[in-house]
Design a protein around this ligand. Sequence first.
Ligand SMILES: Cc1cc2nc3c(=O)[nH]c(=O)nc-3n(C[C@H](O)[C@H](O)[C@H](O)COP(=O)(O)OP(=O)(O)OC[C@H]3O[C@@H](n4cnc5c(N)ncnc54)[C@H](O)[C@@H]3O)c2cc1C
Length: 380
Amino acid sequence: MNFDLTSEQEMILKTIREFADEEVAPGALDRDRNKEFPIEIFKKMADLGLMGLPFPEEYGGAGADTVSFAIVTEELSRACGSTGITYSAHISLGGAPLYLFGTEEQKQKYLVPICTGETFGAFGLTEPSAGSDAGGTRTTAVEKDGDYIINGNKCFITNASYAKHLALTAITGEADGKKEISAIIVPTDADGFKVIDNYEKMGLHASNTTELVLEDVRVPTEHLLGKKGEGFKQFLITLDGGRIGIGAMAVGIAQAAYEKAVQYAKERQQFGRSLSNFQAIQFKLADMAMKIDLARNMVYKAAWLKDQGRAFSKEASMCKLYASEICMEITDQAVQIHGGYGYMRDYHVERFMRDGKLTEIGEGTSEVQRLVIARHILSN
Ligand SMILES: Cc1cc2nc3c(=O)[nH]c(=O)nc-3n(C[C@H](O)[C@H](O)[C@H](O)COP(=O)(O)OP(=O)(O)OC[C@H]3O[C@@H](n4cnc5c(N)ncnc54)[C@H](O)[C@@H]3O)c2cc1C
């Protein structure tokens, strides 16, 4: 067994760590305050060839592996959770379904501009009455004269304001008395398509989270992504990969909170000594370090299994569940170690706590991850 990163992964880590420290972290507090999408950061990431990182070079990608994608997502999230989720959704929700299920023509037309950074990737699954129970989709796509006519609503969709097109799920018919759900690629400037960006969120203020309204939106039937009726299966596969991204995001936010806590514990003096001299504080820091190490190993393992072409669905759920739960514990304890200052925005750790909460909710809540893991365990 080898726990070392490859030389290519090491190089990507070095590049993204420097980039995150120099370009992403400095403005994170202001972007959070001003709800400012990090568009300039992503232009620079496109110049570095990072926007299509895990996709083949023939589609404008960098041909890197999933471990590298996890490394980039972790480092961005360590600097700014909003930048981290934007990147993770761009790659694993926007690009991945096109790469996995698209025709060659669809990949050239829709995946290439995602990889070059010309557009952001997004994915429309969740609806007001279909969250954890994503099969409860109500959006419909009715076939007529060679077109799909789409009507419905999606909620909480990441990146859609900055996406020129996105894949969304809709009911395309009925088979054996069951709803037939398919994925369809829809241009966001199509007539009848509204992207609304006015949620007031707890955290991730610099990320773009939108509501989609589709009223008689017409797209040619060639916009079907993958096979008709396989939309449900396709999004389960897409989410497996996405969970590695959210796991990495959680590790990055936890790491940022831990680093701030260590620094503060060394600097802050009470009772004539620095906080780091108190065993109660040392034990908190030791637990943080141990849990982050374990969560990162779990993320890397799930990513590695995916890269080997092996089954990774259970490990993706496990890494997402564990990393998101320790992220909440660690950000909470980082605020605690900062005392009253931790409650103040300028000290960053309260932002980490607000941003981190999403990792327990997005791409399947912790309860859903436990359902997925239990299903894997019990089906053997
Ligand atoms: C910032 C943000 C970004 C997002 N980005 C996207 C995106 O890009 N694309 C997209 O499609 N979606 C996106 N989502 C949606 C996200 O995936 C859903 O919010 C999530 O899946 C939960 O669905 P829900 O909010 O409807 O909660 P619900 O499903 O209503 O769940 C409410 C509670 O009930 C629990 N629960 C539900 N069912 C069960 C069960 N069977 N057993 C036990 N407990 C259960 C849940 O775990 C949760 O605690 C995003 C959400 C947020 C907040």
